[in-house]
Structure formats: structure tokens, C-alpha cells
Write a protein that binds this ligand. Structure first.
Ligand SMILES: [Fe+2]
Length: 326
């Protein structure tokens, strides 16, 4: 496990960036997408002064070495620890390619990363946030891979978005139990591709008859678009929930262990809902920058506030990209 120290009497601020996903050519000096990403992240760091920056997957496109290195160099420039995790576009290069990126990333002193058990994919690891030697929260990072085969009820085979593997769920249980033994029953789980239960949470929260695509962030701040009991939800869902089509069993494990209070996913660039469902907060992180596809109105980062009692709040910090394109 990796450890970061929280200063007593002061909140620990975690800034998550999702899906920056620029290609080599978009990192060219003065490319508008580079300017937007750099401008956005600089603004976020200025605004929230994070203690840790996490990047919830799709850092670039597999094979774009220059882009991976440019992003690492850029993040180093803030002098703040940063922790990467891999998305489907990163994993597309396979374990060997991921390892070549990891080897370079681990030469960056500010990069927090552990490979984790080799049979669980690329990068399953935990960061303990510790105050006075005791963990107050655990940041659990899990590799959600790329694609996985699926067979539907009619016996038709297809390749779908991947899921967490059974052995990863076992590993997850071991991690939260180890933290519990240290007196910490608060964890945040980060992954790129949302787990299946995101579908359950959204189905429970979204009011029937409201087209999610018609909901704006301002409307989502109100109660009108949410079912009773879900009025604290916010954020929009402008596309489908691209998880594996069947339940991988992760949410059942989360509920049984009773440690993880918040889930953070990326992957779906124009979804940024935050929904509290069955005692767990399901978060789609705000996307950072114009890489791949985006909505300029949904640009920025997502911030977790961690106190001595664990994760105490989550919010989106929207950044208007217009000034960076002029
Ligand atoms: Fe993705």
C-alpha cells in the first residue's frame, strides 16, 4: 500500500481528472486541445489546491508514447503527487504496452502507482490517506480492463465493455479488511469503466418520463428530475451507462464489506451524475479537456474532500474552456 499524509486540522483534497485522452499530435505546442487540457487543469489546481491528483483512466491512446510522457511531465509540473489508473484505451495496447508506460511513469518521483498482483490486470493498488499514523481513508484503484466476451439470453456472443474479475473482487475484500484492521472503515473506489450497479443506481434515481439528454446541470441541481429519496443527486447523464451488461457482483461485495462509501468512474465522457444509492455515492467524474469526444459545457474535474472521518464531500468543478481556445 502507498501512503500519503493528511495534515491534522485541514481537509485533504483529492482532484480527479478523467479521460484527458489526447493523442501524440494533440500535444503539439499550441494545439487547441493541449491548450484546453492544460488550461483546465491549471485552473482546477489553482482553485482547489489539491493534495493528490488522480486520473481515472484513458490518459491517452495506447501506442501514443509521446502523449503518455507529455501528460506525466505536465502533471509533474504542479509538484503534487499524482496517481494514474488505466482505462480501456490505455489497456488496448495489452499488458506489455502498459508495462512499458508503467516503467517510464515510475521514474517520475511524484507518480504514485503500484502494479498490484500480476494476475489481476494492470494496476490494482491502494493509497492510504493517513493522519498521525492512522489511516482516515483508503483510495482503492482497480483496473477495469478493456473488453470482455458476453453471451446474452439467446446464446448470442458479443464483445462488451469489460468488468472487474472475480479474483479482483476477492482482492478488494482483502484490502478493505486490512484497512479495517488498522481502524479505517472508509474507502473510495476508483475505476475507469463503471461497475454494473451504476445502472441500478441510475434506474432508481432518475424520474420516469424525463429524457436524461434534456437535463442540464442546473436542472439536475433541483429536485424535479429525481425520484423521491434521490433529491441530493446532481449531474447529468447525456449518454448510456457503458458497463458490462451483466452484474459482476462488485456492489454486493461493497455492501457486505461496508467500507466503501463512494465510487468514482470515468469512461462515459458526457455523464457526470452523482447519486447516493443504498448508502453508497455513485460518481461519474467530470471529464477533463477535449480529447476523444466531449461537451465543452461539461469540462473540468471532480473534487473529493477528505476529513479525519473519511470522505466528507464530493463536487464537480466546472471550467469554461473558452479562454483557452482564443
Ligand atoms: Fe474509456
Amino acid at each position: 500500500m502507498l501512503t500519503l499524509k493528511k495534515t491534522p486540522g485541514r481537509d485533504f483534497i483529492l482532484l480527479n481528472l478523467s479521460d484527458p485522452q489526447l493523442g501524440d499530435e494533440e500535444w503539439a505546442p499550441d494545439h487547441p486541445h493541449r491548450r484546453i487540457l492544460e488550461g483546465t487543469v491549471r485552473e482546477l489546481v489553482r482553485r482547489v489546491s489539491p493534495d493528490l491528483i488522480t486520473v481515472s483512466g484513458d490518459l491517452a491512446w495506447a501506442g501514443n508514447d509521446l502523449a503518455y510522457d507529455a501528460l506525466a511531465d505536465f502533471l509533474d509540473g504542479f509538484g503534487i503527487p499524482w496517481a494514474p489508473m488505466w482505462g480501456n484505451h490505455d489497456n488496448q495496447g495489452g499488458a506489455e504496452y502498459m508495462e512499458s508506460v508503467v516503467k517510464r511513469y515510475l521514474t517520475h518521483p511524484l507518480c504514485l502507482y503500484e502494479r498490484g498482483p500480476a494476475d489481476l490486470g494492470n494496476g490494482n493498488y491502494v493509497i492510504r490517506i493517513e493522519e498521525n499514523g492512522v489511516p482516515v481513508s483508503g483510495v482503492i484503484v482497480m483496473d477495469s480492463h478493456d473488453r470482455a466476451p458476453y453471451v446474452n439470453g439467446k446464446g448470442e456472443e458479443s464483445l462488451e465493455w469489460a468488468k472487474l474479475w472475480p479474483a479482483q473482487i476477492t482482492w478488494y475484500r482483502e484490502q478493505v479488511r486490512a484497512l479495517k484492521e488498522e481502524g479505517c472503515s472508509d474507502t473510495a473506489l476508483f475505476m475507469h469503466i463503471p461497475i454494473y450497479a451504476y445502472r441500478e443506481a441510475h434506474a432508481a434515481a432518475e424520474k420516469a418520463g424525463v429524457d436524461p439528454k434534456s437535463v442540464t446541470p442546473a436542472m439536475a441541481d433541483g429536485d424535479e428530475v429525481w425520484n423521491p429519496g434521490y433529491e441530493s443527486s446532481f449531474g447529468v447523464r447525456h449518454e448510456g451507462i457503458c458497463s458490462y451488461p451483466a452484474d459482476e457482483g462488485m456492489f454486493a461485495a461493497i455492501l457486505e464489506e461496508g467500507s466503501t462509501k463512494i465510487l468514482i468512474a470515468g469512461h462515459d465522457h458526457v455523464n457526470n451524475t452523482v447519486i447516493r444509492h443504498r448508502g453508497v455515492t455513485f460518481v461519474y467524474s467530470l471529464k477533463a479537456g477535449a480529447g476523444c469526444y466531449w461537451d465543452p459545457a461539461l469540462n473540468g474535474g471532480t473534487v473529493l474532500r477528505i476529513t479525519e472521518g473519511g470522505v466528507a464531500g464530493v463536487c464537480h468543478e466546472y471550467v469554461d474552456p473558452a479562454p483557452f481556445t482564443e
